[in-house]
Design a protein around this ligand. Sequence first.
Ligand SMILES: Nc1ncnc2c1ncn2[C@@H]1O[C@H](COP(=O)(O)OP(=O)(O)O)[C@@H](O)[C@H]1O
Length: 264
Amino acid sequence: MAAITRLVKRTPYLPCAARFLSNAPPQKERNVQWVFLGCPGVGKGTYASRLCNLLGVPHIATGDLVRSELASNGPLSSQLSEIVNQGKLVSDEIIMSLLSKRLADGEAKGESGFILDGFPRTIKQAEILEGVTDIDLVVNLKIQEEALLAKCLGRRICNQCGGNFNVASISIKGENGRPGMVMAPLLPPAHCMSKLVTRSDDTEEVVKERLRIYSEKSQPVEEFYRSRGKLLEFDLPGGIPESWPKLLQALNLYDYEEKQSVAA
Ligand SMILES: Nc1ncnc2c1ncn2[C@@H]1O[C@H](COP(=O)(O)OP(=O)(O)O)[C@@H](O)[C@H]1O
């Protein structure tokens, strides 16, 4: 984490989304350092990568780092493949080493700021992160539990362009005061259709284990950040068309997106 430590020492931080957009005179600003938390399948990757495009910061997903290490057939590959395909968590040491390397590579390329997705996933990881840098904001994405399994099982990746899609069509009836929810599938363009693959850890058995591990090991991380006043809870009201504008509003970024699209 040397890269991240140096990064922080050089630059003061903006503590939250509202400050990020405030009209206060610019300080020596650095880009946002945000974290996305949420159960497997909730949509962390989708919303984190959209926000990263908007804010011009890298989207760093530790799941992607693990998958690319696996695909490299390096010394850790067989150990990682067993852990990931059982739905277990990779050790904190391995994750910290993959993440430090990713941050150092980014820093060498001149990256500043980030949105972390899938990290921290344990209290130990949150403590290590807190020891080396300031996180401005932690977004805790939530969705009705019934939708999670279907969303994970519907995930598809295009093995050519790497795009993420979802073939699940979700419709949950509202009852006992709980609102209903409809989520249309997120289908790929025609040229990706025949190249869709499913992640090897997105089987029903493994997803259920990942959800169990999330509540045991990762849910306490929500409280870690809540107690520090950094947690923004966000209940996804539906699919991207309903959720994206509301997320921007919650982050005080609605006008920012409009200004960016006018400038483009
Ligand atoms: N921060 C982390 N700590 C430990 N293991 C991780 C971490 N991030 C990713 N992994 C490993 O990579 C797998 C895939 O992660 P990810 O793509 O984030 O999946 P999910 O869809 O469950 O959010 C996890 O099940 C776990 O084995």
